[in-house]
Design a protein. Structure first.
Length: 371
């Protein structure tokens, strides 16, 4: 495909950047990340425990991200803040238990209240995207990566609480993300380390794994994919990179029209099999709108260049990339980071009466303290 000139190339570079969310080390903004944000060649960032200090330091960092970004395109400032063992932010941010505890209490109103409190705190800190709730159904006691992160072994309970958790985050101005489509609950391998394979037939997937994701339609505006092979759908390719799974099952069959984000492309389930540039291209071509590269700046660079090259080569891919970039920009404009000026002082947002009441009710009804 012939590219018309400098403006076209620049547009492609920006579109390729807008579908990428990157991670970095340290509690101040990495200069390479800052430069990408300023050029419009990065859609946002994901923060981990390695980026987190005091509340003031967290907000200073999110302010750096917001200030660096192209003003016409508010950035994603994202985090994995589920509760239990997956909580990058510590006290005085509300300490939620593993989601299994909320599923066992089985009060969807309480689940929604807990998420609403969490969402208010995240928004005050400058975040606009939380990679929660987990929609995986916990049916395998040997699962090394999901377990108590799931609400339940009952698919309908997972669906009900997942939707309630998402509703609470949305009410506070935080975009929720259901994960990991089409289901990571019955695997016995950790996709950070290896490629899991689910051998269930389609009838089983319909009755268990897919139930919470069907409930997500029109209720959870973003979903994260699983680096898992599903024999009944596409026995050859991990779900994240499969057009049959993302474009066929999720988009066409289930009718999901929200934003789809890949799990981290650095995870060995995909990185051991595909180079970063190929991985990013396959994910976008499959139907993902956003690609996560959670720590390695060289992989982020290679992913970006791969997307640019493929868009220059293929008109079909360029149209897919443009659609994905637009989906990101549209949702970020609906949910821009609040920013310190609007949020005001941090202290009033934490340790509120509502936060204490929610924590105490969970502890009382669970018969244990969150862990």
């Amino acid at each position: 495909m012939a590219i018309g000139g400098g403006r076209d190339v620049k547009d492609i570079r920006k579109q390729a950047g807008q579908v990428l969310v990157g991670g970095f080390a340290g509690t101040t903004l990495d200069e390479a990340i800052r430069a990408r944000l300023a050029r419009g060649e990065l859609g946002g960032v994901i923060l981990f425990a390695r980026n987190v200090g005091s509340l003031d330091e967290v907000r200073a960092l999110t302010e750096e991200v917001l200030s660096a970004a192209d003003r016409s395109r508010p950035p994603w400032i994202s985090v994995d803040q589920e509760g239990g063992r997956v909580a990058r932010l510590k006290a005085p941010v509300i300490k939620l238990p593993p989601m299994r505890v909320l599923g066992e209490i089985d009060d969807v109103a309480l689940t929604e209240r807990a998420a609403r409190v969490l969402g208010r705190e995240l928004r005050a800190l400058g975040f606009n995207w939380d990679f929660a709730p987990v929609l995986d159904v916990d049916t395998n006691p040997a699962n090394p990566v999901i377990g108590d992160r799931s609400f339940s072994s009952d698919a309908n309970r997972v669906a009900a609480h997942g939707v309630a958790f998402a509703r609470g985050l949305l009410a506070s101005g935080i975009v929720p993300c259901g994960k990991h489509f089409p289901g990571h609950g019955d695997t016995d391998l950790d996709s950070h380390l290896a490629l899991p394979r689910l051998r269930h037939d389609r009838a089983r997937l319909d009755s268990v794994e897919l139930v919470p994701f069907r409930a997500a339609q029109n209720r959870i505006p973003t979903l994260m994919t699983a680096h898992v092979v599903f024999d009944a759908i596409d026995p050859d390719v991990p779900a994240t990179l499969s057009r049959t799974v993302i474009g066929g099952l999720l988009r066409d069959e289930l009718g999901y029209d929200g934003l789809v984000v890949s799990d981290d492309l650095e995870m060995k389930a995909v990185s051991d099999r595909f180079a970063p540039d190929e991985c990013a291209v396959r994910a976008i071509a499959a139907g993902c709108d956003t690609v996560l590269v959670c720590s390695k700046l060289d992989m982020l660079e290679r992913a970006h260049e791969g997307l640019v090259r493929e868009a220059e080569r293929s008109e079909t891919f360029r149209a897919r990339l443009a659609s994905a970039a637009a989906a990101n920009t549209t949702l970020r404009r609906r949910f821009p980071p609040l920013g310190a000026a609007k949020a005001g002082p941090l202290a009033p947002h934490f340790g509120t009466e509502e936060a204490l009441a929610v924590t105490e009710e969970i502890e009382s009804r669970a018969g244990t303290k969150p862990h």
